[in-house]
Design a protein around this ligand. Structure first.
Ligand code: ADP
Ligand code: MG
Length: 699
């Protein structure tokens, strides 16, 4: 039974006219009574706690005082004109200060009436002040609900039209009084019981008027669970639906190609993690459902080999496969790696990029159409419409965050039965976030580096100590190593950063007149860029200066130093990616983060995280804590709105997991949504989906 009152517009409330309604809508997202109920307080004030004036000092939180106004005074002139009320609680005096509404203040508050005053103390001219306090008569205060009192944060813009926390408090109270029935339950009763969850009506009331801190935390748990649960229910339901609709190719065999490669061509022992992941992928592909798997592995963890070996399984079952890389250089590197690894095995591998034209391209098209080309390596050229496969069985997407959702969807459509899809990324995403962002993608993780790697040593170096830095570089170069120096590139000011790079180039040429230096940036023509990269790859130059256009997957094992200039301007994920360019050979490698002396605390934290750990997952977790999940690299294209109301993916990972498990259980028990006790839940889910973009259909 829907509660009609929830849809009442806020203009039904006292003190809300058209202009305030507009402010509430724009500034706080509040349009209806229902919206007010879920505009939860940002904190609660313990009403039983009164401070004494002599306890007050600067840097205190909001405080509550009880006492009398002794007298009013007008001070200042013009825009500085203010009303000061000297307020005493019998122990001492503080000044209450108003800069506007002077007449109102003088009319409303009386000397000798007992008041409860609430506000944040500050120090001005050596005296304690409370500016624009909230005031209520002690009599009225005694009538308002006891216990913890809600404090609603009101954005400054909305405050300017006279809305404050007390006003919101009154509106919320009015709304609760207007309700003629309890708020409807959205979760089935057996679930409330099993999980010991508070009912929805009680939870929403308790968010505003908790009886205790514990009551509040149970209420918030219930609501977070509900929010995350519906997301998981949506994702899993969609994923099952898709599995029902599309059958996957069944790769039942592991045959000659795989075994021949494994026995005769594998250049080194697979790591335990590589073995496990290959097994997971093989299990998926033989099961009869279409694989949709995300493979996460830190830079250098050996994803390419895993990709190749799983492609061989597809070949063994008579299918073609393709791998798509985000840049030409990466595609070429994959092509070379594959060709080298496969050696003389009778497998036709082709490279397709925009550089490949005319007859050559035509011949690849023919080979794809008649099935002779078994492995296609390419850039997004492989998803163009004139690329037609005979029977594409599996697709691998490398460094997936560079591809948009639409591009991936296009690949799917390349075959009647959609190919198995493996998405590889070196941008680690915390597991709970992956569960939400990537929805129904299963996740595999390579959490082990090949043996013999020395972890990159990361050093924080102040800009002012350049001499030291150059000495360090010189020592490495004398050992025969090569050096990257990266300058930040931020879209809005490409010109400035280019100057950065050019200045750096001059400095480096002066400091190392005997060395050869390459330079790569986004304003260069591709051919020019490639030629410069090539010189560095071949070892003809010792130092490569670059903006972040430096290709993500470039592999130069001889490079042992990564210098990042203005490291404060990079995000954690990016710093970690850049660091991954070194440490690829057997030698000790270094990553040097250069910054100025004065750093914001977040920046200091980032730099410190980098110097303390090489673990991509730890870094991703920290990144999420610092930035919030919505900004994480790799998530922007996911299509999932991050306007979670109350849950927080960075903090509530455990609840995500629980919600996932419960959702799975419910879908198992009630696959066609027919159990009557689940009806309100499905109804609520449908309602949520009506209000959101259809993100469930994106994967
Ligand atoms: P990424 O996961 O970053 O794509 P790569 O696949 O490029 O990593 O592998 C990085 C390097 O490690 C390559 O030079 C590769 O040959 C090597 N490698 C991969 N697997 C192993 C292994 N099991 N043992 C030793 N070296 C390996
Ligand atoms: Mg790679």
């Amino acid at each position: 039974m829907p509660i009609v009152e929830l849809n009442y517009p806020v203009t039904y409330l006292a003190n809300v006219g058209e202009s305030r309604a507009k402010q509430l809508r724009e500034g706080m997202g509040i349009q209806t009574y229902g919206d007010l109920l879920t505009y939860f307080p940002s904190k609660h004030i313990d009403r039983s706690r009164f401070y004494y004036t002599h306890e007050l000092g600067p840097d205190m939180p909001y405080v509550q005082l009880k006492g009398h106004i002794l007298s009013f005074e007008e001070e200042g002139h013009g825009r500085k004109r203010r009303i000061v009320a000297h307020f005493s609680d019998g122990q001492g005096v503080v000044d209450l200060v108003w800069f506007n509404g002077l007449q109102y203040v003088q009319k409303s508050y009386k000397v000798l009436t007992e008041y409860v005053v609430f506000g944040r103390p500050t120090v001005f001219n050596g005296r304690i002040n409370i500016t624009h306090p909230e005031i209520e008569t002690a009599e009225r205060f005694a009538l308002s609900p006891q216990g913890l009192r809600p404090y609603y944060s009101v954005p400054e813009k909305v405050q300017r039209c006279g809305v404050n926390t007390r006003m919101v408090e009154q509106w919320v109270a009015t709304v609760f009084r207007a309700l003629r029935a309890p708020l409807p339950e959205t979760l089935p009763p057996y679930l409330l019981e099993q999980m010991k969850l508070m009912g929805r009506d009680e939870a929403i009331r308790a968010m505003h008027y908790p009886k205790s801190a514990e009551h509040l935390s149970r209420a918030s748990y219930r609501l977070k669970f509900e929010e995350l649960f519906f997301i998981q229910l949506n994702i899993l339901r969609y994923s099952r639906e898709r599995q029902r609709r599309y059958k996957g190719h069944v790769f039942s065999r592991v045959g000659d190609y795989f075994m021949d490669f494994y026995n005769h061509h594998l250049p080194f022992e697979l790591t335990g993690a590589q073995k496990r992941v290959i097994k997971e992928i093989r299990n998926d592909m033989k099961g009869g459902r279409q694989m949709n798997r995300l493979l996460q592995g830190d830079v250098g963890s050996g994803k390419t080999l895993v990709a190749l070996m799983t492609m061989l399984v597809a070949l063994d079952n008579g299918y073609q496969t393709c791998i798509m890389a985000p840049t030409e250089i990466l595609a070429e590197q994959h092509f070379e790696t594959f060709s080298k690894l496969l050696g003389d095995m009778p497998i036709r591998v082709e490279l397709l990029t925009s550089n490949i034209k005319g007859k050559r391209r035509q011949s690849i098209y023919e080979g794809l159409a008649n099935g002779e080309v078994q492995i296609l390596v390419g850039t997004h050229a492989v998803i163009e419409d004139d690329v037609v496969f005979r029977n594409l069985g599996m697709v691998i997407i490398d460094e997936q965050h560079r591809f948009g959702v639409a591009q991936r969807a296009k690949l799917w459509a390349k075959n009647q039965t959609p190919p198995h899809v493996l998405v590889m990324t070196a941008t680690p995403i915390p597991r709970t976030l992956a569960m939400t962002v990537y929805g129904d993608l299963d996740v595999s993780v390579i959490d082990e580096l090949p043996p013999g790697r020395k972890p990159v040593e990361t050093i924080h170096q102040y800009d002012e100590r350049r001499v030291e830095l150059y000495q360090r570089l010189r020592r490495q170069i004398e050992l025969g190593r090569q050096v990257y120096i990266v300058y930040p590139l931020i879209k809005e000011s490409e010109k400035m950063d280019l100057k950065n790079l050019e200045e750096g180039y001059k400095q480096i040429c002066e400091a190392f007149p005997d060395l050869r230096v390459s330079k790569v940036h986004g304003k260069m023509r591709p051919a020019e860029k490639e030629a410069e990269m090539e010189r560095f790859v071949k070892g003809e130059t010792q130092i490569l200066l670059a903006t972040t256009v430096i290709e993500v997957g470039v592999n130069v094992p001889n490079a042992s130093v990564m210098v990042i200039e203005n490291a404060e301007r990079f995000g954690l994920a990016q710093l970690h990616q850049l660091r991954g360019r070194v440490g690829r050979g057997a030698d000790q490698s270094y990553c040097i983060l250069v910054t100025g002396y004065s750093l914001a605390s977040d920046t200091r934290r980032r730099i410190q995280t980098m110097t303390e750990t090489n673990d991509g997952f730890e870094i991703a977790e920290e990144d999420m804590r610092l930035r919030g999940p919505g900004d994480l690299e790799g998530t922007q294209q996911s299509g999932i709105p991050f306007d979670l109301h109350i849950a927080n993916l960075a903090r509530d990972g455990q609840i995500v997991q629980q919600a996932r498990e419960v959702a799975r259980r419910i879908l198992d028990d009630d696959p066609d949504a027919s159990r009557p006790e689940n009806a309100p839940m499905w109804e609520a889910l449908a309602e949520l989906n009506r209000h959101h973009v259809d993100w469930s259909s994106i994967s």
